[in-house]
Design a protein. Structure first.
Ligand SMILES: NC(=O)c1ccc[n+]([C@@H]2O[C@H](COP(=O)([O-])OP(=O)(O)OC[C@H]3O[C@@H](n4cnc5c(N)ncnc54)[C@H](OP(=O)(O)O)[C@@H]3O)[C@@H](O)[C@H]2O)c1
Length: 297
């Protein structure tokens, strides 16, 4: 039995069918009892911060995949409770239940002194996993192409403006969740994966303005841009903190993305490189939109 935490997310939605196709029995930890799951996936309802729910979820699971994220700030989720405390609670529950393999989907640049809370919490969870006694694999994907196609271009096919946070001129490596899903399946099912920390990159570095250019190419027309200057995400990351915490850390992350080296050069040389390009991603998103707004990925 493989337990997937985060099976309803951008990555998880692409992961579950691949595991089912392989004939693996799969269970998903879901917060909503009515969450939509592919046929054949067993559901364990509960929150990753609830120890009793975790006990039920890990019972009989030989492999656990943790693909949760609190970065979206949905229904009170945040990096500290979900990527930090909740993930560490899942690691402890899996170890106590005797799981034989744990795959943690971490994040590119996870480290103790990173300016983003997400990377710091993922790093702490990586450390907890390394000392858990279970065989482990840690994956560190680059930012998601699907997510950033949507952030920049949600309203573009329907004639709206593209959203560019900061200058939008910093080359960033993005990877498709389809490519990440393949690497997660390997980590969860293939031999010789234990003890590996794998950076998962995409085939090219793209600026946010470069994403706009791909929309222009796909639509065959110029795309108007709404720019939020770098100073605004920085200021918002401080000002929004007491009121809307999710906006604060997301704004901080946008400012870091606009100014930090997040190109392919910064990836570990023995990482995995996905195949899907941004041109393909934007082209298929525009075709699927039918001229309406892009659905959330
Ligand atoms: N997106 C990126 O750019 C990116 C980049 C690098 C690494 N990653 C990592 O890749 C993995 C997948 O990310 P994603 O893009 O698929 O994230 P996502 O679309 O935001 O999905 C988050 C998932 O976590 C679940 N979740 C959130 N809070 C939870 C809680 N308290 N208890 C149980 N489940 C909870 C959500 O369930 P609900 O359906 O109930 O909300 C959802 O299934 C994460 O580990 C993320 O950190 C993502």
């Amino acid at each position: 039995m493989i337990l997937v935490a985060g099976g309803t997310g951008t990555l998880g939605k692409r992961l579950l069918p691949r595991l089912i196709e392989r004939g693996e029995p799969v269970r998903a930890l879901v917060r909503r009892a009515d969450a939509s799951l592919p046929n054949g996936v067993e559901r364990a309802v509960g929150d990753i911060t609830d120890p009793e729910a975790l006990k039920r979820a890990v019972a009989g699971a030989g492999t656990v995949i943790c693909a949760v994220s609190g970065f979206g700030g949905i229904r009170g989720a945040d990096p500290r409770t979900v990527d930090g405390l909740g993930t560490r609670a899942l690691i402890a529950a899996a170890a106590a239940a005797g799981a034989e393999r744990f795959v943690l989907v971490s994040v590119f640049h996870a480290r103790a002194d990173h300016p983003n809370e997400l990377q710091r919490e993922k790093f702490l969870s990586e450390q907890a996993l390394r000392t858990s006694g279970m065989p482990w694999t840690i994956l560190r994907p680059a930012p998601s192409m699907e997510r950033w196609t949507w952030v920049v271009g949600e309203n573009v096919p329907s004639g709206g403006k593209a959203l560019v946070l900061g200058r939008g001129e910093n080359p960033v490596n993005f990877v498709s969740a389809e490519d990440v899903a393949s690497v997660v399946v390997d980590a969860a099912t293939a031999a010789d994966q234990a003890g590996r920390v794998i950076d998962v990159a995409g085939p090219e570095d793209v600026t946010l303005m470069g994403i706009v250019g791909r929309f222009e190419a796909a639509l065959g027309r110029p795309v108007p841009v709404r720019r939020v200057p770098t100073a605004a995400p920085r200021a918002m990351s401080v000002l929004a903190r007491p009121f809307v915490p999710a906006r604060a850390w997301q704004a901080r992350a946008a400012a870091v993305m606009d100014t930090t080296d997040m190109s392919i050069r910064a990836q570990a040389p023995d990482g995995v490189t996905g195949q899907r390009t941004f041109t393909e991603m934007v082209g298929s998103a525009v075709r699927a939109s039918g001229g309406g707004p892009l659905p959330e990925p």
